[in-house]
Design a protein around this ligand. Structure first.
Ligand code: NAP
Length: 255
């Protein structure tokens, strides 16, 4: 099955940098209209200027009470939502700071689910739509220091799975994206949130573990055209995560 994207509108949260920004570019190139959101107005304005009349902006924090409804009201009629805004945290479980854990879940999980369920109501009436959540390869397994982040991505994956089954009869697709390490602001933002100055993750990781955000953006557009449950940009990581799920002792031994 192939969906024509020409003239359809997508709302993308977290579009002031990284994966969201690249996805907005890729969607406009594919003929879509984009409503982009994030907190940094200057960055959104620059991107919107580059993308021209196909792009409009709604500035604000998706974790603020009532903001997701405001975002949808401003966006108008939508074909798709990419719930992408998110951040990480590098913290061992024994030292985890509950306020930071709650903040992370507010953004990565609760706000994304609220936005998706509000948008789904409109899509069910339209009898068409596509909701895409930005999960992670870490929704399938975890590594030291990333337990809380991985838990948030596992949670979003589980909720997306239920939503997918619930909305199938209404012709609304639900997908999750599972990027590997992606060169964005993500690692520095996570490091700063965790009380460190800068992250060395991207510079020290092997090349096969890292990718440019454009790769994820291309895969998201591919999924909009040909809807599928899960979007992976690394077959190797998909296989590794499956092996880790089947053999948990292997994960301990290797990591
Ligand atoms: N980079 C990776 O290696 C990687 C791997 C797997 C999954 N992911 C996931 O990919 C998604 C995008 O991350 P990224 O890598 O592109 O990192 P990024 O460059 O840091 O982008 C995060 C985006 O979220 C926005 N944002 C943060 N808090 C927000 C809030 N409260 N309200 C609205 N927008 C907010 C940020 O913009 P403002 O600061 O302007 O609000 C920014 O546009 C995240 O869900 C992340 O978990 C990333």
């Amino acid at each position: 099955m192939s969906v024509s994207l020409e003239g359809k509108t997508i709302l993308i949260t977290g579009a002031s940098s990284g994966i969201g920004e690249s996805t907005a570019r890729a969607c406009v190139t594919a003929g879509m209209r984009c409503v982009i959101n994030a907190r940094r107005e200057d960055k959104l304005k620059t991107l919107s200027k580059e993308l021209g009349s196909a792009c409009s902006i709604v500035v604000g924090d998706v974790t603020n009470e009532g903001f997701n409804q405001h975002l949808l009201d401003e966006a108008g009629s939508l074909y798709a939502v990419f719930a992408n805004a998110g951040h990480g945290l590098n913290q061992s479980m024994i030292d985890c700071n509950m306020d930071q854990c709650k903040e992370l879940f507010e953004l990565n999980v609760f706000s994304a689910i609220e936005l998706a369920s509000l948008a789904a109501k409109q899509m069910v009436e339209q009898k068409q739509g596509h909701i895409i959540f930005c999960a992670s390869c870490l929704s399938k397994f975890t590594t030291p220091q990333h337990g809380v982040y991985a838990a948030s991505k596992s949670a979003i994956e589980a909720m997306a799975k239920s939503m997918r089954m619930e909305l199938k009869k209404d012709n609304v697709f639900v997908s999750t994206v599972h990027p590997i390490g992606t060169h964005t602001e993500f690692f520095d933002v996570s490091a700063i949130r965790s009380g460190k100055e800068k992250s060395t993750f991207s510079s020290q990781s092997p090349a096969w573990l890292m990718q440019p955000p454009e790769k994820v953006a291309g895969a998201v557009v591919g999924c909009l055209r040909r809807p599928k449950p899960e979007v992976w940009t690394s077959l190797l990581m998909r296989l590794i995560s499956t092996v880790f799920s089947a053999f948990p002792r292997l994960l301990n031994a290797i990591i």
